[in-house]
Design a protein around this ligand. Structure first.
Ligand SMILES: [Zn+2]
Length: 261
């Protein structure tokens, strides 16, 4: 019997003692887990008999309790921190790389991306420059979706099938472009579990926030309370739409106490 639904978890860079993060503003830090809480979450899954799956594996909806594990941005900690923990517990995951960040400080370089791929983890694409895709012209969008796919494929030497949207922003043009480019799925950052009837171009994912307790983590994996987060997300998104992404980010920076830019 196939699972009725699977929660897709969305991680970012992991924090290691003594190591500088790729970015430092509070809006970024919110999404960064130190290594230990991440390890505890994986240990919780293992302890209770859950499987940790890549996107391709999750889309087969196996009957055992499963979580889909994804990482955005392509930080170096994917390889040096997340991968060893995942391997320790026998879990797979999908790492969505930002093509244009490869080889820049704090991010994976091409040979590290190949290493991650060679270890059996799944590599996906997270755009070229991490721009909000819904703000872009057609040629810009093509570069973010199509050229980024080709860049990463050239590095790993095989097709890349999965795309995730920077900042969760996308529109119908984005999805159409991704489909035409040959992506089989697009993941966003909306709070819903996916099921065999979910549109593969609108896979929901739940952001793993720094403040998440282990209890909240276990509830999330079981899909509890996602509707509440979804309502909050929709409220936030309607403010974003009304203000535009740029003005929204400016306001958010003020709320979170970031320096004005
Ligand atoms: Zn991102």
């Amino acid at each position: 019997m196939a699972a009725s639904r699977i929660v897709f978890l969305m991680y970012h860079e992991l924090e290691l003692t003594g190591r500088k993060l790729c970015q430092s503003e509070p809006g970024y830090l919110r999404y960064i887990l130190p290594l230990e809480p991440f390890r505890s979450q994986m240990a919780w899954l293992k302890q209770f008999g859950w499987r940790g799956l890549s996107v391709s594996e999750a889309l087969r909806y196996p009957s055992d309790a499963s979580a889909c594990i994804t990482f955005d941005d392509g930080c170096e900690t994917d390889l040096i921190a997340a991968a060893p923990v995942l391997r320790e517990f026998g879990f797979n995951a999908t790492f969505y790389l930002t093509a244009g960040f490869l080889g820049t400080p704090g991010y994976l370089n091409a040979s590290q991306a190949r290493d991650l791929d060679g270890q059996g983890f799944e590599i996906g694409c997270h755009s070229m420059t991490h721009s909000y895709l819904s703000d872009l012209s057609e040629p810009e969008l093509e570069r973010e979706v199509v050229d980024a796919k080709h860049n990463i494929e050239e590095i790993v030497g095989h097709p890349i099938e999965h795309f995730s949207c920077p900042g969760g922003r996308y529109d119908q043009r984005t999805l159409q472009m991704a489909r035409q480019a040959g992506f089989a799925t697009v993941a966003n950052s909306q709070f819903y579990a996916n099921s065999p009837t979910t549109n593969p171009y609108e896979l929901g994912r739940v952001a793993m926030l720094r403040e998440l307790t282990l209890e909240q983590f276990s509830a999330t994996c079981q899909g509890h309370g996602l509707w509440k987060k979804r309502l909050q997300y929709q409220a936030r998104r309607s403010v974003q739409r009304a203000l535009g992404n740029h003005a929204y980010d400016h306001l958010r920076a003020i709320w979170l106490g970031e320096p004005r830019q």
